[in-house]
Design a protein around this ligand. Structure first.
Ligand code: PEP
Ligand code: MN
Length: 348
């Protein structure tokens, strides 16, 4: 939809916009109002170059798009009936819980193996463990490829599928070769389109689940869903959206909590939403409330950092990780809210 700066376009201007959209197989239909005339673009209006050329015209105020920019992740797409299943849970049918350490300590594998057993005991369905870490400070621990063996050993012992973040194509290959079940794209890489493409391509045949975090600086929801569209467009529709707080932070919290965007995401996309309260609020004592709020807002799952002995942990664990007993309590309450919410939705 073209909105002109003046009440209507001149015949010369109509001819110019008609010629531009014509190059992309579209036509123009004026909609004459009492005060203002606007111009519908008839045809597929998703062509970026066409929109950019129209937006560049000095007499155009703005272009409003009616069609969604995401063909696969849109809730009206044919994929909307697609269901993602992991750890015995079909997303949308039961609350999914991903839990485990921020970072695996390769020098003390015992902690991770103990944490893994405790996560299973607490009711988690997927075990998370950071092998490679995106650290703001280059002198801090960056992760270690050796931790992948500890992660997979924990998976074998518990029978839980595992989630690990990959930051480049080399790590992606190592993770896939090891048999990681869920690939995490972190907040810092959610806008790394070559990595998103590579993940979409690499996991197309295996249908590995991808947990896509919301970037620290993602403003619009479309930007978030378009990042998921990249992965789907290159072959894998098993993408879960993960709000995890944005920057700048809310005074006192690590990031600006964003669990409230879930209903807005669900108006636009069929993708399941799994909220990460740990990185959102950034401190163990605030995490349970944020987790429960996320479920009240309609989250399909939670991704929570937890450790058998947070003080002995590395990375975010000393400040963010829940102990297994707090995790178990949070999961139990979250499940109650999930059930309440779903019975309320069903009775509407
Ligand atoms: C993490 O999950 O440990 C992590 C680094 O998350 P994020 O990318 O959301 O900061
Ligand atoms: Mn972390």
């Amino acid at each position: 939809m073209i909105l002109p700066k003046s009440h209507r376009l001149t015949p010369e201007q109509v001819a110019e916009v008609t010629a531009i959209v014509g190059e992309f197989g579209c036509s123009i239909q004026p909609i004459i109002g009492a005060v203002r005339t606007i111009y519908a673009i008839v045809g597929d209006e998703r062509e970026e170059l066409m929109i950019n050329r129209l937006e560049g015209l000095p007499y155009v105020e703005r272009i409003d798009r009616i069609q969604s920019p995401f063909k696969l992740m849109d809730r009206r797409s044919d994929l909307a009936t697609h269901r993602i299943r992991i750890g015995g849970v079909t997303l949308g049918e039961e609350l999914l819980v991903i839990a485990g350490q921020c970072t695996i300590d390769p020098k003390n594998p015992g902690y991770f193996l103990e944490t893994a057993a405790a996560m299973k005991e607490s009711g988690a369905h997927v075990l998370r463990g950071g092998v490679w870490k995106p650290r703001s400070n280059p002198y801090t621990f960056q992760g270690d490829s050796k931790s992948i063996e500890i992660l997979m050993e924990a998976s074998r012992r518990t029978g839980l599928p595992v989630d690990a973040e990959v930051m480049d194509e080399q790590q992606l290959q190592v993770a896939l070769d090891a048999g990681v079940h869920m690939l995490q794209v972190g907040a810092r890489n959610a806008l790394n389109y070559s990595l998103l493409r590579a993940i979409g391509r690499a996991v197309a045949k295996r249908a590995t689940v991808v947990l896509l975090k919301r970037s620290l600086h993602m403003g619009t929801l479309n930007e978030f869903i378009c990042a998921a569209e990249y992965i789907a467009a290159f072959g894998n529709p098993n993408v879960i959206l993960c709000p995890r707080g944005t920057s700048p932070s809310l005074d006192g919290y690590r990031n600006h909590p964003d669990e409230s965007i879930t209903p807005l995401l669900k108006e636009k996309t069929w993708a399941p939403v799994v909220v990460d309260p740990s990185h959102s609020v950034g401190k163990a004592s605030y995490v349970p409330a944020c987790a429960l709020a996320a479920v009240a807002y309609g989250a399909d799952g939670l991704c929570i950092e937890a450790h058998v002995s947070p003080n002995q942990g590395i990375g975010d664990d000393p400040k963010q990780a829940l102990t297994p007993s707090v995790l178990a309590d949070t999961i139990a309450r979250a499940k109650q809210i999930w059930t309440l919410r779903h019975s309320a939705v069903a009775s509407v």
